[in-house]
Design a protein around this ligand. Structure first.
Ligand code: PMP
Length: 394
């Protein structure tokens, strides 16, 4: 049987990580993998997570299964973090998922069950797992322009023009904030325009929000999602706690569906529960429980928010410093976009040859499309990176 299997393409980021580990150079810099790192290069367990784990160890009295859609308290708490109170709860259906990836996978499966001929529209570029999940599930996809390689900002005219091709019943995947891989994001007036177009076309938004709190703040980062959520009859929101709670390996995500009315929401809920049952039965609970404990406890929540804010402002500071260092070295403002971008990533706009030169000549590792993980930098390495970027002539 297995001899029928074809080799799978290597994951580029994993291959890059391997190359980095094998590089013997002292001052090498890893801007590759999409994980937050502090100035010491460590991905820490957040204080509130540690504190919640300690309490949980004391109070948890069973490891029996939760519900098929996870603990409702988790779904409610996380949905409130993302959506606030903009959608009445009777229109919501929720199902805990193994990570944001699980939530996206489940959303695509739900689209497939409801509307197998639908096309799913993706930003060009997007997180590579989006097209790969959609392809794996055998769904149609189309791209809309998103990033202007010249200005390194959103190509909004191109985006709107391409989205005019949406058909009723299609789904449009949007990044809720902190676009991966570019770092370029829609403004609120742009969200409004996109929302109006999606409503006019009768399409359904699928919003991937994996970095809430990493951009302009917890509330600010959810503003676009909330805007679209209150304007459309139906939507899917795939949320991840991997980054903002720093619980990557606990696989903590949620799929929230908004339906037109309470009756439909009940049917959608049955389908979400059914999908969980088919795919993995009960979702993982440990990370979800920690998130619930933190969001429901005033003290833990305040401490989590404070630490998340340190993470966010730390990355913003690095962005500004890098843009400043590049301004000083190149005598131009053309790298100002690094300070304008938000989240963990910025697409530098370097050619594959320049990315290669950064790695070979300077020991600086970034993804081949020149996506840099800003959290891979610190005060000492920012000038080194700026010097290298100027040298290779980006
Ligand atoms: N969406 C985007 C855009 C991401 O970058 C990620 C993480 N790399 C995810 C979703 C999902 O993350 P996870 O499955 O680890 O929660």
């Amino acid at each position: 049987m297995f001899t029928n299997l074809k080799a799978q393409p290597k994951d580029k980021i994993m291959a890059l990580m391997q190359q980095y580990r094998e590089d013997p150079r002292e001052g090498k810099i890893d801007l590759g993998v999409g994980v937050y790192k502090n100035a010491q290069g460590v991905t820490p367990v957040m204080r509130a997570v540690k504190a919640a784990e300690k309490v949980l160890w004391d109070v948890e009295s069973t490891k029996a299964y939760t519900g098929l859609a996870g603990d409702p308290a988790y779904g409610n708490a996380l949905t409130k973090l993302v959506l606030g109170d903009v959608v009445p709860s009777e229109r919501l259906s929720l199902a805990a998922q193994p990570g944001g990836t699980g939530a996206i996978h489940q959303a695509v499966e739900l689209i497939k069950m409801a509307s197998p001929d639908a096309t799913i529209w993706l930003s060009a570029p997007t997180w590579p797992n989006h097209p790969s999940i959609i392809k794996h599930l055998g769904m149609n996809m189309a791209e809309y322009r998103y990033f202007d390689n010249e200005s390194r900002a959103v190509d909004f005219d191109g985006m709107m023009e391409d989205l005019k091709g949406i058909k009723a019943g299609d789904a449009v995947l949007l990044h809720g904030c902190c676009h991966n891989p570019t770092g370029a994001n829609l403004t609120l007036p742009q969200w409004k325009e996109v929302t109006a177009l999606i409503v006019e076309k009768g399409a359904t938004p699928l919003i991937d929000i994996a970095y809430q709190g990493f951009g302009d703040g917890l509330e600010e980062d959810a503003a676009g999602v909330r805007l679209i959520a209150q304007a459309v009859p139906e939507a899917m929101i795939a949320a991840s706690c991997s980054k903002n709670f720093g619980i990557y390996r606990e696989r903590t995500g949620l799929l929230t569906c908004i339906s037109d009315n309470a009756e439909q929401a009940g049917i959608t809920q049955q389908n979400l529960t059914h999908l969980n049952r088919q795919n993995f039965s009960f979702p993982p609970d440990h990370g979800a429980r920690l998130v619930t404990m933190i969001l429901e406890d005033e003290g833990l929540k305040a401490d989590w928010m404070a630490e998340l804010e340190e993470v966010r402002t730390g990355m913003l500071g690095l962005r500004e410093k890098l843009a400043g260092e590049l301004r000083a070295r190149t005598g131009s403002d053309r790298f100002g976009f690094i300070a304008d971008h938000r989240g963990m990533f910025s697409r530098l706009g370097a050619t594959p040859e320049q990315v290669e030169a950064l790695r070979v000549d300077h020991g600086i590792y970034m993804v081949g499309d020149s996506r840099m993980n800003i959290a891979g930098l610190n005060e000492e390495t920012v000038p080194i990176l700026a010097e290298a970027i100027a040298k290779v002539g980006v």
